[in-house]
Design a protein around this ligand. Structure first.
Ligand code: DX5
Ligand code: ZN
Length: 224
C-alpha cells in the first residue's frame, strides 16, 4: 500500500494539534514535520520542543525531515523528542553512514534525502543503512512549489536499486505532490508521498487525501 504524509508546513501553526487530529481522521498514514534551520535552507521552522509536543498528540508516526546542517550533533535530540522516522540530508553531513547508523541505534527509522541537484549515486552506498530514501522534487525551503519532473527519473533509478538488492526500504517523494501528478510518481516507484499545500489548502482534508490515495494506488498498480 502507498502512504500519505501530510506536511504540517502548510498547516495553521496556531492550531497544530488540531490540524494533526484532522488529517489523522482524514486518513493520514504519518505526519511530515519539516525542520528548517535558516542555513541549510532559506527558512526557519521548528525544533525538538515542538516535536515533543506534537508527539503527545499524534497517533500515526512522526515523519521528521530535518533540513539542518551539520546535522550530526542534533540527531539524538530529534529522536528523543519523538521522531519515529528521522530523515537527514545527504548534503548535510560528511558522515552519512555514521549518522544513519546512529539513528537506527537510537531506535528510529533512518531516512536519507537528496536535493534536486544531487545525483542518486549519493545514496547508493547508504541503501542498506536506510529505512527510507527521500527524493526531493522541489528545492527544499518552502511549501507550495511546483514538482520538478526530473525527480521521476531519480525515483525510477532508486526503485531499481532497492528492488535489485531485495531491500525493504520505503521510497518517499516530497515537493509539489498533487492529485494530478501522484500517479506518475507512484508509477515511477515511490510508495510514500508527502503533500503539504495540496492538503492544507483544501477545506476538506478527507476528500483530497482520498484522491491522493486513489491516484497513488492506481499509479503503483500501473507499474507492475
Ligand atoms: C519543502 C518541504 C516539503 C513541503 C512540501 O522544503 O520539505 O515537505 O512542505 O510542501 P508542498 O507539498 O506544498 O510542496
Ligand atoms: Zn519535507
Amino acid at each position: 500500500m502507498i502512504k500519505i504524509s501530510p506536511s504540517i508546513l502548510s498547516a495553521d501553526f496556531a492550531r497544530l494539534g488540531e490540524e494533526i487530529k484532522s488529517v489523522e481522521r482524514a486518513g493520514a498514514d504519518a505526519i511530515h514535520v519539516d525542520v528548517m534551520d535558516g542555513h541549510f535552507v532559506p527558512n526557519l521552522t521548528l525544533g525538538p520542543p515542538v516535536i515533543a509536543s506534537l508527539a503527545k498528540v499524534a497517533t500515526v508516526p512522526l515523519d521528521v525531515h530535518v533540513m539542518v546542517a551539520p546535522i550530526d550533533h542534533y540527531i539524538s535530540d530529534y529522536v528523543q523528542a519523538g521522531a519515529n522516522y528521522l530523515t537527514i540530508h545527504a548534503e548535510a553531513t560528511h558522515h552519512a553512514d555514521r549518522a544513519l547508523t546512529l539513528i537506527r541505534q537510537l531506535g528510529a527509522k533512518a531516512g536519507i534525502a537528496i536535493n534536486p541537484g544531487t545525483p542518486v549515486a549519493a545514496i547508493e552506498d547508504l541503501l542498506h543503512l536506510s529505512d527510507l530514501i527521500l527524493i526531493m522534487s522541489v528545492n527544499p525551503g518552502f511549501g507550495g512549489q511546483s514538482f520538478i519532473p526530473r525527480a521521476l527519473e531519480k525515483i525510477k533509478a532508486v526503485r531499481e536499486m532497492i528492488d535489485d538488492r531485495g531491500l525493504n526500504v520505503e521510497l518517499q517523494v516530497d515537493g509539489g505532490i498533487k492529485p494530478d501528478n501522484i500517479f506518475a510518481a507512484a508509477q515511477a516507484g515511490a510508495d510514500f508521498f508527502v503533500a503539504g499545500s495540496a492538503i492544507f489548502s483544501q477545506p476538506d482534508y478527507r476528500t483530497v487525501i482520498g484522491q491522493l490515495k486513489e491516484q497513488g494506488t492506481a499509479g503503483k498498480t500501473a507499474r507492475r
